[in-house]
Design a binder for this molecule. Sequence first.
Ligand code: ADP
Ligand code: MG
Length: 253
Amino acid sequence: MTKVISIFNQKGGVGKTTTNVNLCAALALKGKKVLSIDIDPQGNSSSGFGLDKNNLELTIYDILIEDTDINKVIHKTDIENLDLIPANIQLAGAEIELTNTKYREKTLRESINLLDDTYDFIIIDCPPSLGLLSLNALTASDTVLIPIQCEYYSLEGVGQLIDTVKLVRKNLNPKLEIEGVLLNMFDGRTNLSIQVVEEVKKYFKDKVYRTVIPRSVRLAEAPSFGQPIMLYDDKSKGSEAYVKLAEELIKNN
Ligand code: ADP
Ligand code: MG
């Protein structure tokens, strides 16, 4: 059975892309077959895996707008078992173009159904918005993984996020559930980080992962080398944390 997970939070800069790249890599290194789908026009996951996002023949855009066969858009990565459907800035127009499409929220779901390969996990990196791209991701998913940054106002916007999940559940995808809530950029030396953890646990209870991702320069550096953290610095705290998160996620599934 394939599990489809959207990494979703309409706030930018909370660690969606960092989590997508490094969680997918950690799962694949554990022998799971993984497809990562970048559905953010910024294409940061695509470059995070080392692809030259401005030189791609086919991207998620072609699946959503041109009706291209999803199997033709699959790119290999440097990690065995880990495939990628990339995105780039061309996708920015898709939000508007999709508006005129029939079944516009279901396009990605229908394409995923046509995949030739069987994956253990399909993980979708969402854009920081609640538009049609995110709706396509949520409609295609079994669950959502919500990264939250340990900062002031961390829960700001979370109500709206949950409302969106409920709306999708009601109208488009009744089975959609929360996979887990991930605390990112944790700094154990600050009271603020510790307070945020408490607050988020109060709100999401046992949905919060035990694994917390530390603030780490190595995690921020890795994308500029086009590498997941396990390839860039597998001894770093960030790498260890994402391996632990992958273990936790596998255990829950
Ligand atoms: P999003 O996809 O939600 O917009 P990103 O994953 O792109 O967020 O992260 C935003 C910025 O923060 C990026 O520059 C990224 O490298 C950095 N970042 C994310 N997580 C961490 C972390 N745990 N430690 C240090 N920097 C991080
Ligand atoms: Mg991102």
